[in-house]
Design a protein around this ligand. Structure first.
Ligand SMILES: *Cc1c(COP(=O)(O)O)cnc(C)c1O
Length: 425
């Protein structure tokens, strides 16, 4: 298709510019933060049983806005989504040794939230189309000890929430949703993240909308929302005064969001759809440029779903292309391509799981009596995720950059150049 000499072999670079960093923060956020600072109350939370137990004005305004935006009864802000995940696992009443089925294709915080309550992560494989947890593999991993499924809407595409809810009903499990990468997306007209028993969104600086650090838990269950609020705010210090009698998982934390972050969050939520649309626009233009390249699989969107393209996921079809991924990546980067991510993450292959050491150094919780059966994290338990990780996945960090139309054209040219001369690599 394109015969220009490859940059990696000394030819000219296809992409000559440095991609501009994505930045969702503007003057509205500056003004909002300034007002809070002028007001002088950077947080109004108290850890005792007073009206401010639920936080300051901005925190509460932000939460009510999130409830509308994500179409849920309760939104509970937290100081990171990692905190939110920990609170969510605690809030559904998990007991030590309970098993939670989780996807390996996610950020490690999803799985470590399980370990924080001395529960046991069990990894199910993923679908190669959307990279989300595969309901069939979930079924195979259910044991008498399974209590919940942790489903991530990875890269911006909803997981198969209907199949997972069916499984949850059949086996009396709870679903925890991690929608960190898919705010503002839909699955059959339902807001992604609003269907799980408890779920939420990240507001860290890498995400579509951000408050620097921050997160939002969402649920339609009153009891879960109350548990989240307690765990967020030193639960055990307040349960007595509040008249709360159930002490399950009431080891409290300080997961509270500050007023500055909440004020910024309000402005970010207002702009969310615009930012998500900007990611979609870039992705669609990339698809235009890259479609038709033999051996390069582009992202799909399932019927009646939308995608927020936190990542623009691509797969090298190893049936057609025999050149190792690393060589293709090197050639693309020599052409000036930026933001490539080979392999994403296989959480089960992190050292903690391979060595089975989480707390202390003697193998807790796996070697203790709370762990009721042998759990394997060995290579081979998630063949689809492992093959993508080891060989074929090569994504673009679409939420890291604001690329121009000219750059998108140059990316198209770079890919065509490299993929039509693979035999030279
Ligand atoms: C970003 C992210 C998290 C963690 O969120 P923080 O706000 O950084 O703690 C968890 N899960 C997924 C899938 C993420 O992308």
């Amino acid at each position: 298709m394109v015969n220009e000499k490859l940059a990696i072999l000394g030819g000219p670079k296809a992409i000559k510019t440095e991609f501009k960093k994505y930045n969702s923060i503007g003057t509205e956020e500056l003004e909002a933060a300034k007002k809070v600072i002028e007001d002088g109350s950077l947080s109004k939370f108290v850890g005792c049983w007073e009206p401010e137990f639920y936080g300051g004005n901005k925190v509460q305004e932000f939460e009510r806005l999130c409830e509308k935006t994500f179409n849920v009864k309760y939104a509970i802000s937290v100081n990171s989504w990692t905190s939110g995940l920990i609170a969510a696992v605690g809030a559904i009443g998990i007991q030590p040794g309970d098993e939670i089925i989780v996807t390996p294709w996610t950020m490690c915080a999803t799985a470590t939230a399980i370990l924080h309550w001395n529960a046991i992560p069990v990894f199910a494989d993923i679908e190669s189309e959307t990279f989300n947890i595969d309901p069939e593999s979930v079924r195979k991993n259910i044991s008498p000890y399974t209590k919940a499924i942790m489903a991530v809407d990875i890269f911006g595409h909803s997981c198969d929430i209907d199949s997972l809810m069916e499984i949850a009903e059949e086996f009396n499990l709870k679903i925890i949703g991690d929608t960190a990468q898919a705010p503002g997306t839909f699955n059959k007209n339902r807001v992604t993240g609003s269907i799980a028993h408890v779920g939420g969104y990240s507001l860290n600086r890498h995400k579509h909308i951000q408050t620097g650090e921050g997160g939002i838990c969402v649920t339609n269950d009153k009891q879960i929302s109350e548990n989240l609020q307690l765990i967020r705010n030193h639960a055990e210090a307040v349960v007595g005064d509040k008249g709360h009698s159930d002490l399950t998982n009431m080891v409290g934390y300080n997961f509270r969001m500050g007023e500055i972050e909440a004020a910024i969050g309000i402005e970010q939520i207002k702009k969310m759809n615009k930012f998500v649309q900007s990611r979609i626009d870039t992705a669609e233009k990339l698809t235009n440029q890259l479609s038709g390249i033999p051996g390069l699989k582009l992202p799909i969107v399932k019927p009646k779903c939308t995608h927020s393209y936190y990542m623009y996921p691509m797969i090298i079809d190893t049936e057609i292309i025999k050149v190792p991924r690393k060589k293709i990546q090197d050639a693309l980067e020599a052409e000036g391509m930026q933001g490539l991510d080979p392999g994403y993450i296989n959480v089960h292959r992190l050292p903690m799981y391979q060595e089975k050491i989480a707390y202390g150094s003697s193998g807790f919780p796996w070697n203790s009596e709370i762990c009721k059966r042998e759990i394997s994290y060995k290579k081979g338990i998630c063949p689809v995720a492992e093959e993508l990780h080891d060989k074929s996945y090569l994504g673009f960090n679409n939420c890291d950059y604001d690329i121009t139309d000219n750059e998108i054209n140059s990316i198209g040219f770079a890919y065509k150049k490299v993929f039509s001369q693979l035999e030279l690599l």
